[in-house]
Design a protein around this ligand. Structure first.
Ligand code: AP5
Length: 280
């Protein structure tokens, strides 16, 4: 386990994530707002609100970088009426806001390495207490190590809760470089585009993806590329995924994990995710 983190900084990151989820409620499919400065910090009383009430729908959206987690999560949110909690989005918000957590996380993220378990477990433990998690939540990019899974289980068990489903998006490594290196995102909203598979309306057919052509469909603001979306960083991200994250599937076992072939068109992938996220 890594070093202890600043509670204040983690709350700031959690608040960024809270605003992210709240602002997504009316967002378009594919959106994943992350802007730290648009956040509203929770009051001291708010975090306890989500743990009371009926059983929460708790699921993990699992898969390698570029598998389609961020692409499909908004549709699961709309279906289950539960927020997507992306540790990657929360960490990027913390980096953008310059918090202590952000400063600790930045170098690891840029290199494609994992941020310490302490940091991400702290962020999630705070985040799932917030009122918008009253009906449940979709974990995206967490847990990423067996240690994180055990910590999550401990936190949930205190309230008699457990992860109910793990939906694994399966994509061969060879496909991921094109997806990652062709991704452009709208920083403020998190909306994700792809030069080939999901181009913005502003990119004329046959033109190369230059910044002047890469604008958000809704706001017309410029899109950007993530600093870790490089072929070099992807090698490290995939290495971390196979060595440290795939064992999390075994931790939860075949009873909870459902595999989806995510190496197909978006509609076909969604049809299987839709079936896998039916809730009794
Ligand atoms: P994070 O932000 O979680 O990144 P990731 O897991 O690497 O996932 P991505 O966001 O890259 O992929 P995605 O599956 O969401 O892909 P998308 O849907 O956009 O983490 C970033 C970093 O933060 C980590 O490396 C680590 O440093 C740190 N971190 C985060 N959580 C952590 C944790 N728990 N512990 C420690 N460190 C942590 O799709 C990608 C592209 O493909 C898009 O352009 C999309 O349009 C396209 N696409 C999607 N589906 C299809 C399809 N079916 N066909 C064609 N194109 C498609």
């Amino acid at each position: 386990m890594g070093q202890k983190f600043s509670v204040v900084a983690v709350v700031a990151a959690g608040a960024a994530a809270a605003a992210h989820v709240a602002s997504k409620a009316g967002g378009s499919p594919g959106s994943s707002p992350k802007k730290a400065e648009e956040t509203e910090k929770p009051t001291a009383a708010e975090p306890e609100a989500a743990v009371a009430g009926p059983a929460r729908k708790i699921m993990i959206l699992f898969g390698p970088p570029g598998a389609g987690k961020g692409t499909h999560a908004p549709k699961i949110e709309a279906k289950l009426q539960t927020p997507q909690l992306s540790t990657g989005d929360m960490l990027r918000a913390a980096v953008a806001a310059g918090t202590a957590v952000g400063k600790q996380a930045k170098a690891a993220m840029d290199a494609g390495a994992l941020v310490t378990d302490d940091i991400v477990c702290g962020i999630i433990a705070d985040r799932i207490k917030e009122p918008d998690c009253t009906s449940g939540f979709i974990l995206d990019g967490f847990p990423r190590t067996v240690e994180q899974a055990k910590k999550l289980d401990e936190v949930l068990a205190k309230n008699g809760e457990a992860v109910a489903k793990v939906v694994e998006l399966r994509v061969p490594d060879a496909v991921l470089e094109e997806r990652i290196c062709g991704r452009w995102v709208h920083k403020a909203s998190g909306r994700s585009y792809h030069v080939k598979f999901n181009p913005p309306k502003s990119l004329p057919k046959g033109k190369k993806a230059k910044p002047k052509y890469m604008l958000d469909d809704l706001t017309k603001e410029p899109l950007m590329q993530r600093s870790d979306d490089t072929a070099e960083a992807l090698v490290s991200r995939l290495k971390a995924y196979h060595a440290q994250t795939v064992p999390v599937l075994q931790h939860y076992g075949a009873g909870k994990a459902v595999g989806v072939d995510a190496n197909r068109g978006l509609d076909a992938v969604w049809a299987d995710i839709d079936a896998a996220t039916e809730w009794d």
